[in-house]
Design a protein around this ligand. Structure first.
Ligand SMILES: Nc1ncnc2c1ncn2[C@@H]1O[C@H](COP(=O)(O)OP(=O)(O)OP(=O)(O)O)[C@@H](O)[C@H]1O
Ligand SMILES: [Mg+2]
Length: 455
């Protein structure tokens, strides 16, 4: 498609010669003799580029430019000035002109300016398009689930990200997506272009953790050959993610308290206070209240940390998310392993829906990864799910029955004997109560007691 150029100049001869020349270069050309005319034309057609004279009768070029930028931001404007007055040109650029050219100009020079301007615009459009098409790698878009619980969490994440709230504590079992949430808070917020620095407090030895977080001065300890910035400083302007905060040693908890209070600390071996602007997101799968009771976690730190608490419920409490997560992971692993799995069989899905998922979403992800790798057909069958998972999946409707057939099989008499024993135990040896518990008459019960040598 041809690019369209609108030439705005009050001199008929200039309009005419530009029109001829630009048409010869392959552009569609419209002309206007005044700013008012130009604005009228803009209502009807959308040129890709405008050559706009500054000196016009009526509205001058700058006024026209201002109006255009209100109406239509996509058109590239090149100002034409006879004055060569830098000030006007600067003003035009500030108002959103792409470039300017001085009159009298040479047509070859003009051709280059136009070509470059159109190329730049094309690039900008492509980038904008790519940005819009590509979900942000760690944004909310990558967090899958339609359960009310998860939607509630995501709403909080959106609000927190927007508000720049400084301190957030994420609690949830292992594999529930705590790190994913921490990243979403960072990447959906105003700090997205600044660093996201994560540290796993359980994985770093105590002696190192302090200097990792706070940094150290030269000579602070034997190995401190030079000054080093810590995580808090490196994350300046961005977010620090303190993972497994429940495992942070008490001595470091005390230092963290000060950072939380006024974003100030001293490097190890330092004498000067360092101030940083950081958001602090922490996560733990521990019960911090229990840790406080056990005296392994500071009470005051807990209250500082959980200014905004987020609870990620375990997967077994939001089973509604399972089908969506399954299709999401199938899609991902199809791509990764060049597979073409299309669906999961109803039996296999039922197993996934009934399983307790102690490892939560991470475990589900691993199960699907394995199944996609093993699957050569389009449907994941239950035979491609791990055996222990198939064995443990318990129909949730079956109430109190919570055992399952072990893969190696079992003697049914052993089961009966164990049930009789448990019934007697639960009834403090009262035989008629125990019989009722198993829905047996007293004679049938006593018969079994004898058979299994309880009498
Ligand atoms: N809602 C979700 N949608 C898609 N993927 C998810 C979701 N929740 C978790 N995951 C995936 O599950 C895995 C575990 O998530 P993550 O590492 O965030 O959990 P965690 O709570 O930090 O676990 P841990 O306590 O073991 O560190 C990751 O691969 C993550 O991408
Ligand atoms: Mg984690």
């Amino acid at each position: 498609m041809k690019n369209r150029i609108l030439v705005v100049d009050d001199e008929h001869l200039i309009r005419w010669s530009l029109e001829q020349n630009l048409k010869k270069q392959g552009y569609d050309v419209s002309v206007a003799g005044s700013g008012e005319d130009a604005l009228r034309i803009l209502q009807e057609e959308t040129p890709d580029l405008m050559l706009l004279d500054i000196q016009l009768p009526g509205m001058n070029g700058l006024e026209v430019l201002e109006k255009i930028k209100e109406l239509e931001d996509d058109v590239v404007v090149i100002m034409v000035t006879a004055l060569g007055v830098l000030e006007t040109a600067v003003k035009a650029m500030r108002l959103g002109a792409h470039d300017y050219i001085n009159k009298p100009f040479n047509l070859d020079e003009l051709a280059i300016v136009i070509k470059k301007a159109l190329e730049t615009r094309e690039l900008k459009r492509e980038v904008a398009h790519l940005r819009a098409a590509q979900p942000r790698p760690f944004g909310i878009g990558g967090i899958i689930g339609n359960s009310g619980d998860l939607q509630h969490v995501l709403n909080m994440v959106r609000k927190i990200a927007k508000s720049d709230a400084g301190t957030v504590l994420i609690q949830g079992e292992s594999g529930t997506g705590k790190e994913l949430i921490a990243k979403a808070i960072h990447y959906e917020g105003g700090r997205a272009e600044k660093p996201f620095m994560a540290i796993n407090c359980a994985a770093v030895p105590e002696t190192l953790l302090e200097s990792e977080l706070l940094g150290h001065e030269k000579g602070a300890f034997t190995d401190a050959k030079s000054q080093k910035k810590g995580l808090f400083e490196m994350a300046h302007g961005g977010t620090v993610f303190l993972d497994e905060i429940g495992d942070m040693p008490l001595a470091i908890q005390a230092k963290l308290l000060r950072v939380l209070e006024d974003r100030t600390f001293r490097r190890v071996g330092g004498t000067r206070d360092v101030h940083v602007d950081i958001r602090i997101v922490s996560a733990t799968n521990k019960d911090l209240l229990q840790a406080i009771a056990d005296k392994t976690f500071r009470n005051d730190l807990y209250y500082r940390l959980q200014v905004i608490p987020i609870f990620l419920p375990p997967l077994r409490e939001r089973r509604a998310d399972i089908p969506l997560l399954v299709s999401h992971f199938i899609e991902n692993f199809n791509r990764e392993f060049a597979k073409n799995v299309k669906r999961i069989s109803p039996q296999a899905e039922k197993i996934l829906l009934e399983y307790a998922w102690p490892g939560n979403i991470r475990e589900l992800r691993n199960v699907i990864e394995r199944a996609v790798i093993l699957e050569n057909e389009e449907t994941i069958e239950s035979s491609h799910l791990p055996r222990e998972l198939v064995a443990q999946a318990v129909p949730s409707s079956s109430g109190p029955i919570s055992f399952s057939l072990p893969p190696e099989g079992i003697d049914i008499e052993d089961v009966e004997r164990e049930l009789i024993r448990q019934a007697l135990e639960a009834s403090d040896g009262n035989q008629s109560k125990a019989a009722k518990k198993l829905n047996l008459g007293i004679d049938a019960f006593r018969y079994r007691m004898k058979k299994f040598k309880f009498l």
